[in-house]
Design a protein around this ligand. Structure first.
Ligand SMILES: [Mg+2]
Ligand SMILES: [Zn+2]
Length: 197
């Protein structure tokens, strides 16, 4: 009789998927109130966000961006420009040893009622097709707005609100229907939460 040897994965634990989902504006880059990042010149990394991403990369996480960019269908920037911004951002991150596995964007306006604009979960489902199957309950989504937290809840991920963008204080979350699981000042702090959980 052959006894089955239990399989061990390389990390020695199976309770966490090494994928992390991040919003872009207000998390990695500057939040621009009532505006969009319309070209590369307007894209500014938040202080220490590259360090945060480095920590994810160093800890073996695949980094996936999930971002609403309605400025595209509002005619404020083209899809080509959005791609250009992404490529230039990735080039800088590559120099720091950070690879973004993929950036998913919703170009639609709220009026278009698409399936991918957060708080809907279409972009996460695209990621699941590309990288899955993903057990979202073992992943984190890090965002700076109530929409992000709602989207994260809908897909079943753990959520971290960072106070580096649209939301400035924990106080603001009191009125929210969906509360974040964790609150962090910055992405750098959020990384510690993900790694500890
Ligand atoms: Mg944001
Ligand atoms: Zn969409």
């Amino acid at each position: 009789m052959v006894e089955k040897v239990p399989e061990k994965n390389s990390s020695g634990r199976k309770d966490k998927m090494k994928i992390v989902f991040l919003d872009r504006d207000g998390v990695i880059s500057d939040y621009t109130p009532n505006d969009y990042v319309k070209n590369w010149k307007e894209f500014k990394f938040l202080p220490h966000s590259i360090d945060g991403l480095k920590n994810f990369a160093f800890n073996g996480f695949q980094i996936i961006i999930i971002s609403n960019q309605a400025g595209v269908n509002k005619g404020l920037l083209s899809l080509e420009t959005l791609t250009d911004i992404t490529e230039k951002m990735q080039r800088i991150l590559k120099d720091s040893g950070v690879n973004i596995a993929k950036a998913y964007y919703c170009p639609h306006t709220a009026e278009e009622n698409c399936d991918c604009r957060k708080p809907k979960t279409g972009l996460f489902k695209q990621a699941d097709k590309d990288f899955g199957p993903i057990d979202f309950s073992k992943t984190f989504f890090i965002g700076d707005s109530s929409i992000d937290i709602e989207a994260g809840k809908h897909i079943g991920a753990k959520t971290i609100l960072v106070l580096s963008g649209k939301t400035k204080s924990e106080e603001e979350t009191k009125e929210w229907k969906y509360k974040p699981d964790y609150i962090a000042k910055t992405l750098l702090e959020a990384v510690e939460i993900v790694i500890a959980n």
